[in-house]
Design a binder for this molecule. Sequence first.
Ligand code: HMN
Length: 289
Amino acid sequence: MKGIITALITPFHEDGTINEKGLKEIVRYNIDTMKVNGLYVGGSTSESFLMDEKQKQQLFALVKKEAGETVPLIAQIGSLHVEEAVRLGNEAKQLGYDALSAITPYYYKFSFQEIKAYYQRLTEETNHPMIIYSNPAFTGAQFSVDDYGELLAFPNVIGVKYTDTDLAKLAKLKQMHPDKIFFSGADEMLFPFAVSGADGAIGSTYNLIGKEAIQLYEAIQASDLKTARDVQSQMNQVIDYLLDVGVYQGIKHVFKQKGLDAGFMKFPFRELTEEEKKNVEKILGIIEK
Ligand code: HMN
């Protein structure tokens, strides 16, 4: 479970239900065209924090049905409601997901001991490989190297999705825990992450630029830093256009221009204006080159 992993988008119908046909198309596109090394299902990119439990279960089942055994699948099950997270984790395990991942409990300013207790319960009650999802900018939960060490010591914790920008900390973590897997969560910083010891990356923009991300990683493995830097600049042109309009909205619009049924956003996300659509379409000129 390494390399470039797409954080999957979810196509919705206008009423907020999952557009199953569109979802299949997006899963196929990622596996067959982007040729990414795995799928991260139920993250922020999937808009899963806007879904109820039943819809999350439906999403996990639909993606597994389409992807089969082709690529590793990771189910993001984190929820403030720990019983729900446990149920989702066991369901995903039963479906054949290779690993689970859980965002740190958010909103309330939980102490590290409380967060640790949450992961202890989650990992004991699901008993399946777990990737800690750390995203301090969104959750407010900031961990020290020692805190990470305590979480990584749980038997089922295999790694961290490190959606942070402190690369010195990442390098130290990798050095201290060489057997654990560290994923970059900032697509615009894939190059510095990769040279700082990240084993791979999980990100939303790989729905569209997964191929480029793989090329960047291969260039780094071949010590071709010039190519890697050039590919990152090209990727960042795409990411900048996406950030201007909203990453998930932008990805969905570009998919639609490519003929894929990427569907609607889930309420209260709004759809793009005509002007925003025109701007984000400039991506097509970059990725089809
Ligand atoms: C998820 O679905 O949870 C994603 O993996 C999150 C991922 O790390 C993205 N971060 C956020 O959405 C906050 C990035 O891919 C991000 O969209 C990208 O780096 C552009 O800023």
